[in-house]
Write a protein that binds this ligand. Sequence first.
Ligand code: TUI
Length: 314
Amino acid sequence: MIRSRLCDLLGIKYPVIQGAMAWVSTAELVAAVSEAGGIGVIGAGLMPADLMREQIRKAKSLTSKPFGVNLMLLSEHIDQLVEVVLDEGVPLVTTGAGNPGIYLERFKAKGIKVFPVVPSVALAKRLERQGVDGLIAEGMESGGHIGESTTMALVPQIVDAVEIPVVAAGGIGDGRGIAAALALGADGVQMGTRFIVANECIVHEDYKTAVLKAGDRDTVVTGRPTGHPVRILKNRLAKELLRMEAEGATPEEFERVGTGKLRAAAVDGDVDFGSVMAGQIAGLVNKRQSAAEIMEEIMQDAETTLRNIYGRVH
Ligand code: TUI
């Protein structure tokens, strides 16, 4: 069985973090992933603090296993969200879209483990010095807001630069991806896209169908000129955003077209003009399963892959 120091640190069976997804990884999916031996993570996205408290309480009612909360640092509610997380006490906080340095002391004082998502070696080193518990090295294959480097290039460079556990993210959707991440020196993986289609995930059915239907070239990166590139499935919204980019639209114009579009896709099922965030690995996600079936399958396949590789080199 594949175990790593990540399992001991977080008190989990398998070294798999469910990537946080706003409007998608709600308490239902989070609890199912944690029950299945990984660790589920609630995606706060832009939600207000009272909704986050509700989600944390719901997750607590559905599982006694550890779970996490992701804080999207660009949120206007970030200070209140931090207070709710401190007040409720969750085992794990992951962060995205910025540097969580100013909040670290308070999380540490409560015994909350902090794993920021980092897109670069420089930020990884800085955060290790500031005392984070681990890092999520996320490549640009991921869905949603991304950095510039690929997972293949980023993970080994961060692994070499720090001592703390490193979790690989971006482009990982099955056991082969997990084996590859371990080969790069990662202590575990974070997977988002594969869990979108989990039976327990409450996202709109049409969003799931769009991910299931997607092929290898069906995601695009929009919003590069705004400084916040976002990978989404290629649909009418994506084409409109790319057209605006080509015509030199202002950040304000982007904001007007983009605002509320993730909710439109995830909650209302508007997969044509909503923002259907998904990673490049969507092409590999072809079947609906329970979170437990996903976990058992990927961990079995990871072991088989590693054993087969070992067999080939002897
Ligand atoms: O955060 C994500 N993925 C996301 S967030 C999101 S919602 C959103 N809403 C409005 C604008 C943008 C996004 C959808 N998907 N992944 C983690 C991630 N973090 N990817 C990249 C980063 C990142 C980027 C820069 C982390 C740190 C960072 O640091 C800059 C600095 O301050 O040094």
